[in-house]
Each structure stands twice: as structure tokens, then as C-alpha cells.
Design a protein around this ligand. Structure first.
Ligand code: NAD
Length: 512
């Protein structure tokens, strides 16, 4: 498809408005500064967005608040029907939305479309969930009493997303929050605003059909007018924020100061342990996808290989050979495996990290250079890097959002576990081993301290059915599957006395 046909299919104009309350008539004619979305593939503009100003933000949030008060009265299974139709609308636009994600973020077509598939999958999950928002019942300690808990809609959920999953992260939050009876306010990354506009365009006919303007809201704007306003706004009881740890700290402290709730999905520093008996071919393939996929710009990207010293040299040799085969270039070409980084700043950050790794004693065994791709001379391309390093190097302790893989040797499994956990982040982790003894240790309470711990599977590419998120500086939040829905609702405990007496709890007598 051509860029024009992709944009046309998604109703993206050359200039778009950065605020909407979801329906076709809900578009707000914003007048803020223009934000140009530049493709990292060509360095050329794709289209632009007129950003929202403070009064546009205010208009959106007050409509969202009013919409929530109506929407919470809609039965949950009916809210599920809306999400089912959104899933179907996404199915129809899977190719073009996937292609736009590729154009805007530089990820390869298979990953762009994979991201839309993830949205469809979470829609299906949310539809089922709309009939399963279960609470518990308890036996009361008092005679002729009944106790139970219910889960009620919470309010407006603020969704702040990172550039690297500009569509899927919205769906993890929004589609669950909406079956829970909430309204959502989407604030995407300024590096991927068109994907957000496209999502709103795709769902607008469904919003119109169900007459729920104000339930799916979008605001694209600068930090003062929109970002900070959201964090401080007590009409937004929950802020779900995905991005760097620095951003997460700001969100956590600001939202906590008004005693709001935050759900944080922050940076990772994910490692694969390869034991002496591990299947090296499987480990190699998992490493390749984990470290090079999405040009190392996934929160779950593999950043460290912790490998038994007896097999380290041979493994690194095979890895270098595999890295040499990676086809880097235009992500729209189906043969490409690795596209560009998001922008030239990201490229500079990567080059600085490589320099720091060398300064701190590391050895670059492959790549780590800027790359010029013929026909795409202004794209932000690099060669992925393999660096022999030590876990305690300050640069290894950091998440560099680029394809740099650190190789770290170990002698005993206890040492491997200690190295594994000795970083500030705790998102995803993996071990490649045939030994049940190592597998179980890795997943035990003395094992991996991450939110995700895999055996004979790499660190990246989680399924939507599980709760997704991590510990420590990753922020502690959980999204997507399992019981992650609960954070989008408020819990209420109800006790009902159906008898004729008024016994007090704990056997207290208080009579006059
Ligand atoms: P970023 O922190 O620069 O930006 C993320 C979002 O936060 C953007 O929408 C940005 O505009 C917003 N933001 C930044 N400061 C803000 C503030 N003070 N108030 C309100 N909003 C603010 O991150 P990025 O470069 O877009 O994404 C890369 C990072 O995201 C990496 O660290 C990666 O690991 C992380 N990430 C985590 C997950 C996860 O699920 N754990 C998923 C994807 C990305």
C-alpha cells in the first residue's frame, strides 16, 4: 500500500485535530501548536496534529465526566457488545492500522500488524470479561446477616502511552476499563500521535451507534496543558502510565499527592540465563528476536545474556554469525527484520551508551554503529550491538532503549540468579535450561524477581491472557489478562441484616 492509501483508509488528514470525545461529532477544533509526525524510516513528515490547549482539555474532561455518569448505568454485558464491535472494526482496519504503526514508529510490518492483532485479542478477552466481573461472598460472623463485595465503575481512566506500542497499550487499558464502566482519556506519546488519531477514527462509528460520546476521549497536547493537568486532575481517579522510569516517578508522586491511583508500566532490563545444559539453538533464536526485534525498543527487549562460562565463547560466536544475517532497512519491506530507531535522538543515546560501555571496561564484539540505508538516507538506522560486559557497570544497570545486548558470564547458578536480579528494574526474565532443578529455582521465591518469568521462551512477546507488568523500578502495575481488570473498578463491601436483631461485630454489647 502507498502512504496515501494507508492514511486515506484511516481518515487521517494532512492536518488533524488533537482532541476528541470519541464520536464523529465529538471532534474539537483545537488551535494549539502544530505537532508534525515524522517517519523514522525516511525522516519525512507523514501528517500533523493541531495540539489541544488547556481549555480543550477542560472541554474533553468535563464531557467525559458527564458521559461516565450515564455510561456506568449501562449493564456490563452491553458494554461488552460495544467492545466486540470495536474488535470487529479493528479487524477490518488491521492492515492499514498496522502499516501506520510501522510508518510512525519504524517497526516492521509483521510487528505493526501483530500489535493490531493484540488489540483484537484483548477486545475478545474484554467481551468475555464483561460477564465475569465477579466479587466474592463471605459468611458473616453475625446471625441472619449476609456479606458480599461488588465491583463498581471507577470514573475516568487516564491512559498515558509510550511511543513503542502506540496502539496495543491503549487497548489493554481502554477496552478493559470500558467493560468495567469507565470513561477513558487517552494521551499518546507525541512521537506517535497519528496512530492515536487513527484509533479514534476507527472506533467513532461504534461510538455513534451506541450514542456514547465522551466515553472514548483523546487529548494530544504539551506537558503543561495536558500531561500535568491530567496528573493533577481529581476527576481522574486512575492514571495508567507506560513509559520511562523517570516519567513514572513524576506520575507516581503527583498522583499520590492527591491520593489518586496510578498503574505504572515502566522500563525493563530483561535478561536470559542460559545454563550449561540449555538448548543453545532455541536460546539463540529467542535472543535474536528479543534483542533485535523492534530494534530493541520493547520494554521486554532482551538486554542481558547471563551465560555459563563453559559455553559463552561458542554462543557469542553463533550470535555474531546470526547478527550478520539480520536484514536491516525499510520496515515496510516484508523481508526486513529490523527497522530504524524512533528518531536521531535515540540513535545518539545508543552511541553514547556504546561509548560508556567501552569506557567502563566493556568490549564491543559486534555492531553498535550508525547505518546509512540506500534510499533511506535520512532514516534513523543503526547496527545492533553485542557487548561483553559486567553486570555492575553503570551502563548495564540502565535501560538503554536501543538494540544493545550485554553478555555476562557466570560459574554457578546461584551466581547467575544474583546477577540476574541485581538491576533496579524487574519486568521480564527467562531461563534456557533442560534441568528441572534450575527451572524451578528460577521461578521460586529465591529466583527471578520479575513480574514475568519464562522457561525456554525469551523475554519479549507476552500473551494477553496473563497479567503484564513488573516490579521494582518497573513500577509494580499489572495490565491486560488475569484479574488486572480490578484496578479499573472500585470495590465495595456490603453487609445486609435480614434478621430482627442488631448484633454488633466482635461480640460487642452496647446497650442502654
Ligand atoms: P517516555 O517516558 O519518554 O514517555 C512516555 C509517555 O509519558 C509519553 O506519552 C510522554 O508524553 C509521557 N510523559 C512524559 N513525562 C510526562 C509527565 N511529566 N507528565 C505526563 N506525561 C508525561 O517513554 P518513551 O520513550 O515513549 O517510551 C520508552 C519507555 O517506555 C521505555 O522505558 C520502555 O521500557 C517503557 N515502556 C514500558 C512498557 C511496560 O509495559 N512496562 C511498555 C512500553 C514501553
Amino acid at each position: 500500500p502507498t502512504i496515501d492509501s494507508i492514511l486515506q483508509d484511516l481518515a487521517i488528514e494532512p492536518v488533524n485535530y488533537g482532541a476528541t470525545t470519541g464520536s464523529i461529532r465529538g471532534r474539537i477544533h483545537t488551535l494549539g501548536k502544530e505537532l508534525v509526525s515524522v517517519s523514522p524510516i525516511t525522516g519525512q513528515p507523514i501528517a500533523s496534529v493541531i495540539q489541544a490547549q488547556a481549555h480543550d482539555y477542560e472541554a474533553v474532561v468535563s464531557r467525559a465526566h458527564a458521559a461516565f455518569e450515564r455510561f456506568r448505568m449501562m449493564p456490563a454485558p452491553r458494554r461488552g457488545e460495544i467492545v466486540r464491535e470495536i474488535g470487529n472494526a479493528l479487524r477490518e482496519k488491521k492492515q492499514s492500522l498496522g502499516a501506520l504503526i510501522s510508518l510512525e514508529t519504524g517497526k516492521i510490518r509483521a510487528e505493526g500488524e501483530g500489535e493490531v492483532q493484540e488489540m483484537i485479542d484483548i477486545a475478545d478477552f474484554a467481551v468475555g470479561l464483561s460477564r465475569q466481573l465477579y466479587g466474592l461472598t463471605m459468611h458473616s460472623e453475625r446471625p441472619s446477616h449476609r456479606m458480599y463485595e461488588q465491583w463498581h465503575p471507577l470514573g475516568i481512566v487516564g491512559i498515558i502511552t509510550a511511543f513503542n506500542f502506540p496502539a496495543a497499550v491503549w487497548s489493554w487499558n481502554a477496552l478493559l476499563a470500558v467493560v468495567c464502566g469507565d470513561a477513558v482519556l487517552f494521551k499518546p506519546s507525541s512521537k506517535a500521535p497519528l496512530t492515536a488519531i487513527a484509533i479514534q477514527n476507527i472506533i467513532a462509528p461504534v461510538v455513534d451507534k451506541y450514542d456514547i460520546d465522551g466515553v472514548f476521549n483523546l487529548v494530544i497536547g504539551n506537558r503543561a496543558d495536558v500531561g500535568d493537568a491530567m496528573l493533577q486532575d481529581s476527576r481522574i481517579p486512575l492514571i495508567s502510565a507506560t513509559g520511562s522510569t523517570a516519567m513514572g516517578k513524576k506520575v507516581a508522586t503527583t498522583v499520590a499527592s492527591r491520593l489518586g491511583r496510578s498503574l505504572l508500566e515502566l522500563g525493563g532490563n530483561n535478561a536470559i540465563i542460559v545454563t550449561e545444559d540449555g538448548d543453545q539453538d532455541m536460546a539463540l533464536r529467542a535472543t535474536l528476536f528479543g534483542a533485535v526485534g523492534t530494534a530493541g525498543q520493547r520494554c521486554t527487549s532482551t538486554r542481558r545474556i547471563i551465560i555459563h562460562n563453559s559455553i559463552k565463547e561458542a554462543f557469542v560466536k553463533k550470535l555474531v554469525h546470526a547478527y550478520e544475517q539480520i536484514r536491516i532497512g525499510d520496515p515496510m519491506d516484508p523481508d526486513t527484520l529490523m527497522g530504524p530507531l524512533i528518531d536521531d535522538t535515540a540513535k545518539q543515546v545508543m552511541m553514547q551508551a556504546i561509548a560508556a560501555a567501552k569506557n567502563q571496561g566493556g568490549t564491543v564484539v559486534y555492531g553498535g554503529t550508525s547505518l546509512t540505508v540506500e534510499g533511506f538516507e535520512n532514516g534513523s538506522f543503526v547496527t545492533p550491538a553485542i557487548v561483553e560486559a559486567e553486570n555492575h557497570f553503570p551502563i548495564v544497570q540502565e535501560e538503554t532503549f536501543a538494540p544493545i545486548l550485554y553478555i555476562i558470564g557466570y560459574d554457578t547458578f546461584d551466581q547467575a540468579l544474583a546477577l540476574h536480579n541485581d538491576v533496579p528494574q524487574g519486568l521480564s526474565s527467562a531461563v534456557f535450561t533442560r534441568s528441572i532443578h534450575y527451572q524451578e529455582q528460577f521461578m521460586s521465591h529465591k529466583g527471578s524477581d520479575c513480574g514475568i518469568a519464562n522457561v525456554n521462551i525469551g523475554t519479549s512477546g507476552a500473551e494477553i491472557g496473563g497479567a503484564f507488568g513488573g516490579e521494582k523500578e518497573t513500577g509494580g502495575g499489572r495490565e491486560s489478562g488475569s484479574d488486572a481488570w480490578r484496578i479499573y473498578m472500585r470495590r465495595q463491601t456490603n453487609t445486609i441484616n435480614w434478621g430482627n436483631d442488631l448484633p454488633l461485630a466482635q461480640g460487642i454489647v452496647f446497650d442502654i
